[in-house]
Design a protein around this ligand. Sequence first.
Ligand code: LLP
Length: 414
Amino acid sequence: MTFDRRQNGELYVENTSTSELASRFGTPLYVYSRAAIESAWHAFDQALAGRPHLVCYALKANSNLGVLNLLSRLGSGFDIVSGGELARVIAAGGDPAKVVFSGVGKSADEMAIALKAGIKCFNIESLSEIEVLESVAQAHGAVAPVSVRINPDVDAGTHPYISTGLKENKFGIDTTAALDAYKKIADSPYLEVLGMDFHIGSQLTEIEPYQDALRRILLLCDQLKEYGITIHHLDLGGGQGIRYRDETPIDLTAWASAINDVLGDRDVEIIVEPGRSIVGNAGILLTEVRYLKHTADKNFAIVDAAMNDLIRPALYSAWQEIVPVQPSSAPEASYDIVGPICESGDFIGKDRTLSVQAGDLLAVMSSGAYCFAMSSNYNSRPRAAEVIVDDTDMHLVRERETIESLFEREKLLP
Ligand code: LLP
């Protein structure tokens, strides 16, 4: 088990004590388990073992160089959405030839850098983007490999902010316009048709939406064949959900076999872009209780982590489990776990029954994905440190920010 309790009741990450982590590195502190990240990646790789495939970790979920480095050592590919993410992949030792570039708003500069780096594929989302990519490739005397992101118009049944495969979402090209997009690409000497992709949403727990989307894009592949256009890979995006509370996550073996059922004997490489399911349950956030505050209506546990460190509860009403690091003899009560930021939206959890007192450590579970990555310096709070635990080793993979660094790029008026 990655996170479990020892005889004294203390929470451990692999074979490392969480209180030791907190006393060595301070709080708030993000802690990731190397073994958990690696096993989640292998689960995808093994599920797809029956066909040519590439697991492209979506680094928007967690782009720490240490995390990227251990995935690149496994041979992972990467799904990027910016020039900054490409630079991170390269700095972490990743192979640009295994990079797919997603996103609705790539700049010409980002395209040029990615083209020179030799990425595997540009996942294009609009006709205007095709034109810009074509001129960038022409200017570089290069041929850009392209996949068109199709909006399959399927309802993946997730939170509206993280659903992406519906007609009303800004993502992808609808199936009717896609035919013209592919013809345009095929006709250009500077573009090459490589694949077709979709990404229908995040934190999905059902397999059927993937099958529906795949069926729809296969129809399109068949249509393209009539025009002599061959699709070499299908990129099914990411989106596989994790258990935060009581969700039943997608079983990857069942998912892969459902995908294979739809694919039949088609000879294509499969690409996937999982983010959350690789790192989400491989990380926790350690935070210390500063004060308890009891009012007529509520009890508050004011902790040293805040919405700038972990914004998911405030932004999506997301629920993440919060547990004491050590058993406490303090009286049990229902608490809102809140941070020091001056907003009522600054909460990590509400109405949680806990035995805590000031000075106790809490762990916010399932914090490996979209937590540090979405953190900010709001209220001039330095961002937390990040540690990767490997058995009993603790690797500091991001130092805590200093206060001075927060305004080192700012200037007084002359
Ligand atoms: N590929 C594309 C094109 C994406 O837009 C995303 C996520 C992924 C792959 C990876 O999806 P995943 O496997 O992680 O579900 N901040 C939100 C999640 C936003 C997801 C955005 N796109 C959250 O905290 O829940």
